[in-house]
Design a protein around this ligand. Sequence first.
Ligand code: UDP
Length: 328
Amino acid sequence: MVLVCGGAGYIGSHAVYQLINKGEDVVVVDNLETGHIEAVHPKAKFYKVDIRNEEELDKVFKENNITEVIHFAANSLVGESMTNPLKYYNNNVHGTEVLLKVMIDNDVKRIVFSSTAATYGEATKMPIVETDKTEPTNAYGETKLAMEKMMKWADIAHNMKYVSLRYFNVAGAHVSGTIGEDHSPETHLIPLILQVPLGKREFISIFGEDYDTEDGTCIRDYIHVVDLANAHIKAIEYLRKEDNSNIFNLGNGNGFSVKEMIVAARKVTGHEIPAKICERRAGDPARLIASAEKAREILKWEPEFTNVEDIIASAWNWHKNNPKGFNK
Ligand code: UDP
């Protein structure tokens, strides 16, 4: 049985769907601070528990035959992490400390961890490989790196085997049309662009046109949420087979500028989507592109959504049919 912490969130809920499609038994723990109960697959057993609550979390382990944990339960807003870093240390770092303690107490020694490209900070060469230096430029990335390090030392001391997956820019929605992205506040580029054709926003703001890139706007590597979810299943299989800790980047390996994403969204939606150039957003690196060669080679992971228009179309399908998100 797989325990998914944060299984009511955007990426966590997609991982639960893919696990259940694969025939796994799933338990979800989520405090529903940012997650949605409607996003939890009906076949998953659900506990409204905060991972910082050791007693309640321990009960979940005692009541279920958990063999692996996938850990998504964290705060993930870069901007908020800069104004309220202690919230991030408490929920992300302390939360992971409690989770690892309960896992060790219950002799569960396999964990797949939701990490981020933000652990690298301002990378100097592209594409980014897992051995590149990790110097986060924001508190969010710093806490994710601290969580990775905690697992490394838990491995050395307690034989806790972990796979850390460093995501680049996640987007899109499940093909079933039942779950998708619903953040409040929304800060991500694709859902914000799509708010224009939905009539919720008059134009999309382009944060800076003076970066050192071909068209002056920031370049990112967009990866579909279902491809990402599938990588977690590959990571579980890897832990079951290899019993080894490892770190993998997850991205498509292709960079798209903000302007290119707007053009693609115009094509997908048939809407003119007006755009306005604005100031740069603090802390945005000019370019972030993954090398996911290691995941391809070792995990045998292969993304299916390699075209950004398909990724945008999948997000558009969700937002068009659920303009209020889960709050129907
Ligand atoms: N961005 C933008 N306008 C927006 C939101 C985002 O120009 O309204 C840019 C942002 O500066 C970054 C890229 O889009 O270069 C992706 O931002 P997002 O927040 O989606 O992901 P991040 O790369 O920050 O994780």
